[in-house]
Design a protein around this ligand. Structure first.
Ligand SMILES: N#Cc1ccc(Nc2nc(N)cc(-n3cnc(CCO)c3)n2)cc1
Length: 279
């Protein structure tokens, strides 16, 4: 399913933090091609030895990402197993996770945000056409490969990361129907998560329902609540459509892309200095 990489071909540089059950490092891998030594900068994602039970989802997400290739999908070079250690070797994406980038207070324009949302929608459209469910769409799993430069007309560029290991408190990214039946993830689930992710992008990387405990989050679903709406009605409407409690009513990827395109044009015409979602 995926390429096995020899542990001795990997070199660890600095630690870049840790996700749930995983630790990430910048590193390098060496390849020998026609007698030449090549080193490539990589992201090394170590799975905690203690969490053997997440093993299969770790490898599943690695194999998912290495079966398909698309410009907005993260490239996974392969995996390396060393004793009890499992390491996923990914392309190193220059600016890291989008939620941290936005939280660091980079003031990005509305068109920047819409451009990122559209790239995510096109990645989802690609996965939908392949009938592949990602299952963990969120700003933390969007990686920024290019910052973009408005003055030079250079747009940002994002890569959708591997689904990683599903953690429990994924409300409000996980679709409500998944809570009762976590095994049958459908394409519609990714639409719900897309809505929550667009909400994050327009809320400077802040997590929706931040600080709510698990009970309050469950209550949010049980009483069919919606995230605080953006002041931009058309944007709020798109997010609401994606986060419809009836999975079948969520829009197709094509419809999402069409609506984003009209937001991009209307966004250009009407002056939106800064759209703050009032949490
Ligand atoms: N300062 C800084 C900095 C940090 C990281 C990168 N690069 C990179 N490349 C990847 N392939 C994956 C990730 N990554 C980040 N967080 C996760 C866990 C949540 O998905 C994965 N980061 C670049 C700069």
């Amino acid at each position: 399913q995926f390429h096995m990489i020899k542990y001795e071909d990997l070199k660890w540089d600095e630690s870049l933090g840790q996700g749930s059950f995983t630790r990430i490092y910048r590193g390098h891998k060496t390849d020998i091609r026609d007698g030449e030594n090549y080193t490539t900068e990589v992201l090394l994602k170590e799975l905690d030895a203690g969490h053997k039970n997440c093993w299969e989802s770790f490898f599943e997400s690695a194999s998912l990402m290495s079966q398909i290739s698309h410009k907005h999908l993260l490239l996974v070079y392969g995996v390396s197993v060393h004793g009890v250690q499992n390491i996923m070797v990914q392309e190193f994406v220059k600016y890291g996770a989008l939620d941290l980038y936005l939280k660091r207070g980079r003031s990005v324009s509305v068109s920047w945000k819409l451009d990122v949302a559209k790239q995510l929608a096109s990645a989802l459209n690609f996965l939908e056409e392949k009938h592949i469910v990602h299952g963990n769409i969120c700003a933390k799993n969007l990686l920024l490969a290019r910052e973009g430069d408005q003055s030079q007309g250079i747009s940002p560029f994002i890569k959708l990361s591997d689904p990683g290991i599903m953690v429990l408190d994924r409300i409000p990214w996980v679709a409500p129907e998944v809570l009762d039946a976590p095994d049958d993830l459908t394409l519609e689930c990714d639409k719900w998560s897309f809505g929550a992710t667009v909400w994050e992008i327009f809320n400077n990387g802040n997590s929706p329902l931040q600080g709510w405990d698990l009970d309050e989050k469950r209550q949010f679903y049980e009483s069919f609540q919606k995230l605080p709406p953006s002041q931009w009605a058309e944007l709020a409407d798109l997010i609401t459509q994606c986060m419809d409690y009836q999975a079948a009513l969520r829009p197709s990827c094509r419809s999402i892309i069409r609506q984003l395109n009209s937001l991009i044009t209307s966004g250009n015409d009407v002056r939106y200095t800064e759209l703050q979602i009032i949490p």
